[in-house]
Write a protein that binds this ligand. Structure first.
Ligand code: ATP
Length: 426
């Protein structure tokens, strides 16, 4: 077995051998391609395998999934399929080799079936345009048509042809992401081509949802501050919102946000996973007013919940902050102000406003009050003879406040308090 694949865990090697055999039995040729080949050569773990098939990718995906008693997930729009092998911690994306033409700059390409070579030619950078043969004849052989391995060794990001950024300007964001992730550099001509595409404002000509997806990927990188700095240096932020510029103050906010994210992950590993990209995105939007942010959300068509979070942060004004400063040691107020906010917004507020009072209030909220609920239910009130009506809500609020204040702890204590409240009313 050739060196590259030997670096993979044994069970992944076996799976790749099996995939190659399934392709051979069906008279197809199969190749690992793209990011997994790049990362294999870089010795970086990557359990997202991309397989390109010369033949019928969907049929291959069905056969491969069948070997594991599962079914592929088909993505009809793209003619691709995914086989998720949770037992192996592996996700395998499968596509038929294809050829692409760009009928118009910055628009989606027209696609037709092609050879592996065609498929590699349509890729973004040389380091992402290598393939490894996985059929048994030639198993493990690297196919490197554009000098990707040399660029990896020289730590260079290089496009495959001069019109690459014009055809697909999202590659500008992808390039910055890979450059910063691996601590590479754009090769000089590629950098010039990138700047040329920026000068032509090509990013503004792409369907905004595609920009959104690549921007989110960039912000999902481990510590995206360096990607954001590079974005400022090479591109600017007008493609997000006209006139948006990101000052040192915002860079500091992003740095503080990063610290808060680490603090939260360390202290609350059992809470839901943070959408860290949203925190960084909100920080970038900090200089914009609510109207401008609303326009950005509309343009990028964020999902409903994401919209709500991003706009939620914009609602935090002076009044909110002065309330937050005042409510130290008032648990019901802390709860009512912070509970409706997402963790993402809370952490960004914590990053931005460093007053001791605010820090302590947020820490107390996360530590003690977040998610607090009472045990009593409507049925309990009915059993105590109270007719259903608006008084229920009033009682529940009073009991919750008592619980937040530490005056009641158990369900028995809640019921005692409820009885007292009912007696007072009757
Ligand atoms: P990551 O490690 O971030 O997942 P990746 O290289 O696996 O990176 P994907 O977005 O999954 O990135 O894309 C898989 C492959 O598809 C890339 O390696 C590249 O060859 C190709 N590709 C993806 N997007 C583009 C694009 N916009 N233009 C050309 N090729 C692309």
């Amino acid at each position: 077995m050739k060196g590259y694949l030997k670096k993979l865990p044994k069970e992944v090697q076996d799976l790749i051998l099996l995939a190659g055999d399934i392709a051979s039995i069906n008279n197809m040729r199969a190749y690992l391609v793209g990011g997994c080949v790049r990362d294999l050569l870089l010795k970086v773990e990557n359990l997202d395998l991309d397989i390109v098939i010369e033949g019928n990718g969907i049929k291959f995906a069905e056969e491969l999934a069948g070997a594991f008693n599962t079914k592929p997930i088909r993505h009809r729009r793209f003619g691709t399929a995914t086989v998720d092998l949770l037992s192996h911690r592996l996700k395998i994306d499968i596509a038929t080799a294809r050829k692409e033409f760009y009928p118009e700059p910055a628009h989606l390409p027209v696609v037709e079936n092609g050879s592996l070579k065609d498929d590699l030619k349509r890729r973004d950078f040389t380091i992402n345009a290598m393939a490894i043969n996985i059929n048994r004849d030639g198993f493990g052989k690297l196919l490197d048509l554009f000098g990707g391995e040399e660029d990896l060794n020289n730590r260079k990001i290089r496009v495959l042809h001069d019109l690459s950024f014009i055809d697909d300007p999202t590659r500008i964001l992808r390039g910055i992401r890979f450059e910063q992730r691996y601590n590479f550099r754009f090769e000089p001509k590629t950098k010039k081509l990138l700047k040329g595409a920026v000068a032509l404002r090509m990013l503004e000509r792409v369907e905004p949802q595609r920009i959104r997806d690549d921007l989110i990927l960039l912000l999902k990188e481990n510590y995206p501050l360096k990607e954001i700095r590079r974005l400022k240096e090479l591109v600017g932020f007008a493609f997000i919102s006209p006139g948006l510029s990101v000052s040192d103050k915002i860079f500091r906010l992003i740095k503080f946000a990063e610290k808060q994210i680490n603090w939260f992950k360390k202290n609350y590993p059992d809470r839901r996973m943070l959408d860290t990209w949203a925190i960084y995105f909100m920080a970038l939007m900090d200089p914009l007013n609510s109207n401008a942010v609303r326009k950005v959300c509309r343009k990028f068509v964020f999902r409903k919940g994401e919209d709500k979070r991003i706009l939620g942060y914009k609602k935090i004004g002076r009044k909110f902050i002065s309330n937050l400063k005042r409510i130290k040691n008032k648990p019901p107020d802390i709860f009512s102000i912070l509970e409706p906010l997402s963790y993402e917004v809370i952490l960004l507020v914590k990053a931005k406003y460093k007053y001791r009072g605010i820090q302590k209030t947020i820490e107390d909220f996360l530590e003690i009050y977040n998610g607090m609920k009472i045990c009593s239910k409507g049925d309990d009130l009915r059993r105590l003879g109270l007719t259903p009506g608006p008084s229920y809500q009033e009682i529940f609020t009073k009991v919750l406040n008592a619980k937040l204040n530490g005056a009641v702890k158990t369900k028995e204590e809640e019921l005692e308090l409820i009885k007292k409240l009912i007696r007072k009313w009757s």
